[in-house]
Design a protein around this ligand. Structure first.
Ligand code: ZN
Length: 550
């Protein structure tokens, strides 16, 4: 999330597409060639194998991401964990998935995004991050409309961008009019759009809509606030939360670390704002019902003013009354971030309480100040064992990495595909060659996309989604990129038994629809998961691979 996301909130927009968990009916994605998403997805929980006979994966190219970098053909899962990984591990009494030579990777860990915001979007939020042309986006929205009652909004708010489309723009009103429902798109990059049905509803609430369906300036905040007032209820939040997690399971994400939102008590105008004391409710409900299709790790964002009186009004209450790293394997709390708030005094309070703290940096001056403040606190209260995090670092020279490393910190990198400019950073190559822990995050949900493959594309090619070079000579290999998003992220979520396919680890993996290590750059960007497994449970299944009962 960007510091200015709140004000910018008035100009972004989003989307997502979806398999409607819950009801087995998946959204037929309607798209064309670039939207080869299957029309069937397994609803979360429908194929639980955790307590059953077990799951055997055979005939694959399983990239274990273990310390030896082994690639094996088989893995056996029981009780939600890998019990054998290799070639010829046996399959007795197990449900058998024939991988037919497909590439398998450990489930992707997005170590910092804003999935909880995405799970609280008003209307029928429809993700479109796997769609690359406007006709296919419109087709996906048309397909979605079959599930949406007349008069209700189809929305895509946050992780969608003009840059993802070949046309390098968002759909316009005349194109969105092919969808027989009100449509509202608010993109992380490229503007805000509606169609004729949406315009009618929005104009009645004082929103200014241009002839091409564009909404700009303060009208964007008013539009979003109006949608939240009308189309956000506990039930819609539950649906949106499940949809969001289910959608990203189709892209191979099995663990999200959520890095919070800006607090507003009531329906807010900002895309990065929510009621941060209530926004986790739908996810907590899904967890109680055993329906989460991915793991969720929750950090708490605080923004107390350094001169507040009494001091640290929200942060000190949090530290006194909450538990860090508390929960279960599916849903667990984390630390404070991605803003700690309260200045150096806030950092002292977090250090004293023994919590993890995370802040983000938008430029080198900001990153340097953050390190200086932590050095100050560390001299009084050691933080080296607390794994504090700096996220989306920009330029980050080796001497600064040295200083952060001494403090026991790690840095998260990513947040690239929508940016423009040259040598924007982060310096991926320099950082992975440094001993400091480095992990991958999308930071997606409000100011950028969550689709990991769009992010991986930028890291591995150095190009943004418009094809412009933004990373100088700091690109990584695909192997390095994938390892940042899997095994390297163990450190950031403080869990050693995720992120690699090894005996004893949670059985989280994605069977990919292509070999992400060898396909062309354009195809790499379009990678999807055919079958996603979390804790031995099949949470997404395109129905392509034969699955045989024991
Ligand atoms: Zn963020």
């Amino acid at each position: 999330m960007s510091d200015d996301a709140r004000t910018l909130g008035a100009g972004r927009h989003l989307s997502r597409r979806q398999f409607l968990g819950g009801t087995a009916a998946a959204l037929a994605l309607g798209g064309g060639a670039d939207a080869t998403v299957s029309a069937q997805a397994t609803p979360a929980g429908a194929s639980a194998t955790t307590d059953g006979p077990g799951l055997a994966l055979i005939n694959g190219r399983i990239h274990t991401m273990d310390p030896d970098g082994r690639i094996v053909s088989q893995a056996l899962v029981r009780g939600g964990r890998f019990v054998a990984v290799g070639d010829g591990v046996g399959q007795a009494d197990a449900q058998v998935v024939d991988l037919m030579g497909r590439t398998v990777i450990p489930g992707i860990i997005d170590a910092h995004n804003h999935i909880v915001l995405v799970g609280n979007r008003p209307g029928w939020h429809t993700p479109l991050e796997h769609v690359f042309t406007i006709p296919n986006a419109v087709a996906a929205l048309q397909a979605r409309s079959a599930q949406v009652p007349a008069g209700e909004f189809i929305t895509t708010i946050g992780p969608i961008a003009a840059r993802q489309f070949a046309e390098q723009r968002l759909p316009e009103l005349r194109e969105l009019d092919a969808v027989n429902r009100p449509v509202y798109l608010q993109a992380a990059q490229g503007g805000t759009r509606t169609n004729t049905q949406g315009r009618e509803w929005l104009e009645a609430r004082g929103v200014t809509v241009a002839a091409d369906g564009s909404i700009a300036g303060p009208s964007v905040g008013l539009a979003l606030q109006s949608l939240r007032r009308e189309w956000l209820t506990p039930e819609t939040r539950r649906r949106a939360a499940l949809d969001a997690l289910q959608y990203y399971a189709t892209l191979g994400i099995t663990t999200h670390r959520d890095s919070g939102a800006f607090h507003e008590d009531e329906a807010a105008t900002g895309i990065a704002s929510e009621n941060t004391y209530r926004m986790h409710d739908p996810f907590l409900a899904l967890d109680r019902e055993g329906r989460l299709p991915a793991r969720l790790r929750i950090d708490f964002l605080h923004r107390d003013a350094p001169d507040a009186d009494p001091p640290l009004p929200t942060l000190s209450a949090r530290l006194k009354n909450s538990f860090p790293f508390f929960g279960n394997d599916w849903l667990r709390t984390g630390g404070i971030g991605e803003f700690t708030g309260g200045g150096v005094e806030g950092l002292r309070a977090i250090a004293r309480a023994g919590w993890r703290g995370e802040d983000h940096a938008l430029n080198l001056a900001g990153a340097t100040r953050l390190i200086e403040n932590r050095e100050l606190v560390n001299a009084e209260i050691p933080i080296a064992d607390l794994r504090w995090i700096l996220s989306h670092v920009p330029a980050f020279p080796p001497d600064l990495a040295d200083r952060a490393h001494v403090l026991g910190m790690g840095v998260l990198v990513g947040w690239g595909p929508l940016r423009s400019g040259t040598d924007l950073g982060p310096p991926y190559r320099q950082l992975v060659e440094h001993p400091i822990p480095v992990g991958y995050h999308s930071d997606g949900g409000d100011i950028t996309v969550i689709n990991p493959w769009l992010n991986f594309y930028t890291i591995a090619t150095g190009l943004n989604l418009s094809g412009e070079p933004i990373l100088g000579d700091q690109t990584l290999t695909r192997e390095q990129t994938l390892s940042l998003a899997t095994t390297a992220n163990k450190w950031f979520i403080r869990e050693d038994d995720l992120g690699s396919i090894e005996v004893g680890n949670h059985a989280d993996l994605a069977v990919l629809d292509r070999d992400c290590f060898t396909v062309s750059d354009e195809d790499f960007k379009r990678t999807r998961s055919l079958l996603t497994v979390v804790g031995g449970k099949i949470v997404h299944d395109d129905g392509v691979l034969p699955v045989a009962s024991p």
